[in-house]
Design a protein around this ligand. Structure first.
Ligand code: HEM
Ligand code: SF4
Length: 559
């Protein structure tokens, strides 16, 4: 994992001291509400439904055990005993007291963490594949590149006041697990036909009010030029992005308005000035940054016979291994996903004790490190096969071994109406009600891969547009209703879901999901996933089934 150098540390320490003084002045009445607002937002502090909400940056999802223990301590001491992993790999606390935030930021700085640029119209935390560096299908490890982007974007003076927030995601594997197609800039690390390393650049993706899949503006930018190229993209956006209308301010709207060829032409014109300029990367710079990742050196091990024997002997372990264990690039190792989606818990929540326990698991089994995922789970990147059975038992003891990764109950959900002031409807109780309905593991395994994503409003923090089933909270005359989309997907074949029709009451949602699943089961061909059936037979049959069954159940309820 990346270790701060003295500059990184000084930057963060100075920011903590500055904010401590600003908070003191605000609390003493020396700064007005209006003066304090931008200052607190620059430090990740929102005012939400119940209390301030603190968003802490987790660069490309990487966390070490010391940081996890600090997060556990913060949850226990300053919050209500839990924290939340977000769909941008960050960590949020929902109940800190404003007067405690400087102290929290100070604790974070001591373990090389901060809340800088987790809010506001700047370049936000860069996100990446949670299996970066270990995935069996990886071309290039994206983490050093993410770190270079982090250093370049932190306090970049030209890009501190963009028309709107700006999100960059980086992928270096065959399968895109960073959802680069729904980011402002999506970077895919590739080799050209000459074998040189560079970046395929996608621009203008995003969810929210106007969801759009990003499009390629450059097929290959040599790695030396990637910061210059990103600067060119940001300059065009900074100059021409809509500042008059917050709903139209994202880069996706500009790209759409100009069209990709014209947008790309303008970027090329900017790039012509920037190319080979001060932000040009050198081999020495890459090595400097890559050298600060103190990754374990993994020697290939023989495949573990004990592990394989356990898989045949122990059905519950085998089920967990099938869903939660992933191939590793080094033989004898595996990556493990700890499920933060047990029944009845808000997706992505970890208690203070679980933060500590995950730190313990990381130390014991995975070189002291974990990654947060945009699907709101935790990854232990490098676990010896020989340790998997013990790890499973330990994870089970703390409630983090639900064998449901990628299954119907592994739901992505934003905080919704329980916490978020912008919500039209609740998200967490809907996720929990669906999990309750599908509480039979054998049935879940039979249904197979399916992604349900829930957002409490059109801001789409829960990525509902790219869920195989997307659920969006809507307000109907002051009441909470839910609109359903199907056919969305993330990954290489990212797509936006289609609305199936009028929205449903909260109480209907488990039945709606049941109808959709039953329709899939009736139509699926052997080994076909839900999303593939939807693609093959279309939305109509699902729509007809759901509304017909809702109609008859509503009638039955009135008899
Ligand atoms: C509770 C406080 C939160 C507030 C006030 C908030 C606010 C917003 C707003 C206003 C947008 C739309 C911005 C735009 O595209 O114009 C947005 C988008 C988004 N937020 Fe949140 N959000 C909150 C919590 C979260 C959480 C907890 C997560 C993760 C679980 C999250 C992840 C995202 C993501 C992934 C988007 C995607 C939209 C995009 O950029 O394409 N947010 N949020
Ligand atoms: S989608 Fe809406 S309700 Fe959910 S966290 Fe984002 S802003 Fe809040």
């Amino acid at each position: 994992m990346y270790q701060y150098d003295e500059y990184d540390q000084r930057l963060v320490d100075e920011r903590v001291a500055q904010f401590a003084d600003q908070t003191r002045r605000y609390l003493a009445g020396e700064l007005s509400e209006d003066e304090f607002r931008p200052v607190r937002l620059q430090n990740g502090l929102y005012i939400q439904r119940h209390a301030p909400m603190l968003r802490i940056a987790v660069p490309y999802g990487n966390l070490n055990s010391k940081q996890l223990r600090t997060l556990g301590h913060i949850a226990r001491t300053y919050d209500r005993g839990y924290g939340h992993i977000t769909t941008r790999q960050n960590v949020q606390f929902n109940w800190p007291r404003l007067e405690d935030v400087p102290e929290i930021l100070d604790l974070l700085a001591k373990v090389q963490m901060h809340a800088i640029q987790t809010s506001g119209n700047c370049i936000r935390n860069v996100t990446a594949d949670p299996f970066a560096g270990v995935a069996a299908d990886e071309r290039v490890d994206p983490r050093p590149w993410c770190e270079i982007l982090r250093q370049w974007s932190t306090f970049h003076p030209e890009f501190a006041f963009l028309p709107r927030k700006f999100k960059i995601a980086v992928n270096g594997a065959e399968e895109d697990r960073a959802v680069i197609q729904v980011h402002d800039i999506g970077l895919d690390i590739v080799h050209n036909t000459a074998g040189e390393l560079g970046f395929r650049v996608l621009v203008g993706g995003g969810l929210g009010r106007t969801p759009i899949i990003g499009e390629e503006v450059a097929a290959f930018v040599p790695w030396q030029q990637i910061l210059n190229y990103c600067e060119a993209v940001l300059r065009v956006y900074n100059q021409h992005g809509r500042r008059d209308n917050a709903y139209k301010a994202r880069i996706k709207i500009l790209v759409k308005a100009l069209g990709v060829p014209e947008f790309a032409r303008q970027v090329e014109a900017e790039f012509a000035h920037l190319k080979d300029g001060p932000s040009t990367l050198t081999q020495a710079e890459i090595e400097r940054v890559a050298g600060r990742f103190n990754d374990p050196v993994l020697d290939a091990l023989a495949q573990d016979a004990g592990y394989r024997a356990r898989l045949t002997e122990d059905k519950a372990f085998a089920a967990w291994a099938r869903r939660n264990v992933r191939a590793h690039r080094v033989s004898g190792y595996a990556s493990v996903v700890l499920s933060l989606k047990p029944y009845g818990v808000a997706p992505g929540d970890l208690t203070a004790d679980q933060f500590d326990a995950v730190a313990e698991l990381a130390d014991r089994y995975s070189f002291g490190e974990v990654r947060s995922t945009h699907e709101q789970n935790i990854v232990l990147a490098s676990v010896r096969e020989a340790d998997l059975h013990r790890l499973w038992q330990d994870a089970r003891a703390i409630g983090l071994a639900t064998p449901n990764i990628g299954l119907l109950t592994d739901i992505i959900a934003c905080p919704g109406g329980d916490f978020c002031a912008l919500a039209n409807a609740k998200s967490i109780p809907i996720a929990n009600a669906i999990q309750d309905r599908f509480d039979n593991l054998d049935y879940l395994f039979d249904i197979g891969d399916i992604e349900i994503n829930i957002s409490g409003c059109m801001n789409a923090c829960g990525h509902h547009h790219v869920g195989h089933i997307g659920i969006l909270g809507v307000d109907k005359n002051g009441e909470e209703f839910y609109q359903v989309t199907i056919g969305g997907s993330q990954g290489n074949d990212a797509a936006l879901g289609k609305v199936i029709g009028p929205s449903f009451a909260a109480a209907e949602m488990p039945d709606v999901i049941t109808s959709l699943v039953n329709n899939y089961i009736d139509h699926r061909e052997e080994d076909e996933r839900f999303i593939d059936t939807v693609r093959r037979i279309g939305v109509e049959s699902f729509k007809t089934r759901v509304y017909a069954e809702r109609q008859s159940q509503r009638k039955a309820a009135h008899v």
